[in-house]
Design a protein around this ligand. Sequence first.
Ligand SMILES: [Zn+2]
Ligand SMILES: [Zn+2]
Length: 438
Amino acid sequence: MQTLNLTHHISNDQQGLYLLMPFEMPAFTERIDIEYSYPYNHNQPLTVENGNFSSRQRVNRIDLGLLAPDGSQVGASGSSRDVIFVSTTEATPGYQPHPLSAGTWQIMLGAYVVSPNGVDVKVSLRFTPKTRRWLKGDLHTHTLASDGLLPLDHLARHAREHGLDFIAVTDHNQPVKRASFPKIPGLTIIPGLEWTHYKGHSNFLGVEEAYQGAFFTNTDEEVQEKFRQARQNGALICINHPLESSFGFRFNLEALDFDLIEVWNGPMRPKNIETIAWWDQMLKAGKRQVAVCGSDYHEDTVFQRLANPTLNVLAWSASEKDILAAVEAGHSYFTYSPTDLQLDLDVDGATYGVILPWRTGLEAHLQALSLETGDQIRLIDQDGERILLTAPGNGDWETNIPVEKPGYLRLEVWRSFFPGLPMLPALVTNPIWFDSVL
Ligand SMILES: [Zn+2]
Ligand SMILES: [Zn+2]
């Protein structure tokens, strides 16, 4: 944590002015705490018949505000708060959550009342740096705005109660505004839309308006134009449940610019296993395709539940921007629920989604947490698949895996959820890639 202490003298003739105090925001700050203090009162003894009376008179009143590098007002609190904070996702009332970009920020000191001798205002700034953490969420949900059962505020509370850190709202062909989101502490809500056509579904994430006009199109060119606009407007683009028989993706993927493929949609079933295998063929063919999962939640049923599956993302903060950046980069794995089952992979400090130069003697360090008896950890690379471990009991496992050649490496945990029934994937990771060094 970095701190900065500043003192600003305000003279009596500056009373009535708004004064600016610049400071440098360090790069990679997640939260800033600002505390300010100054002598409020002038105390004076008064003569009384018995005892000592000290009369108190307010002689200084200084207001506080904060401006971002572009001059926009992040917040202002008058003289009613001595301590405020702003982070990428939360802030003291009167202030807005704001990305804390590196650069010159300004504290506004309002010289409302200043004593004849002037006043020294002490301002102390505390910068909390970003640290990467695993977050759990779901990027594919529906509400009452399309064919889901719950209104958005109900869905959001449900998500938080379920232990999720983020959700994306992706109603069929229905754009949504951030201003309409309920404020749920600890939950980041991401705007999105499931572009839904008879020939394919695609999530456009992180934008309020992905494209101009209506959703429907009748030609491939118009579809390409929708995707081009979504890209231009900054959407993260995901091809949803591509192999589903009745609502799979039947447009030419080669002609479209997209970021992600949803390889695990809703409860694990043969179609998802087929889709994971199809994606793996792409990886074997050398395409560095990042995958994602989504519950496609509409309502709780025997089969469908929110965050079944759960997207586990290693992000720099819980802001929408940092979550989507981590999703895009593939720093993620998917689990059947918000379970404690976890696979941490570390290769020279890097993890899933990263491209590393390969070298002789390279090793991946794997830590598996909350395995259950009989769980199989499978390693899939450019050459095929092998079982690394069949868990001998409930517990954790740690090992080193040699990376023998360039290519990719990804992991799955398979579990028998019901005695006698076949094993199913309980966890699927994105790959980590290894470049050959010439
Ligand atoms: Zn769909
Ligand atoms: Zn859907």
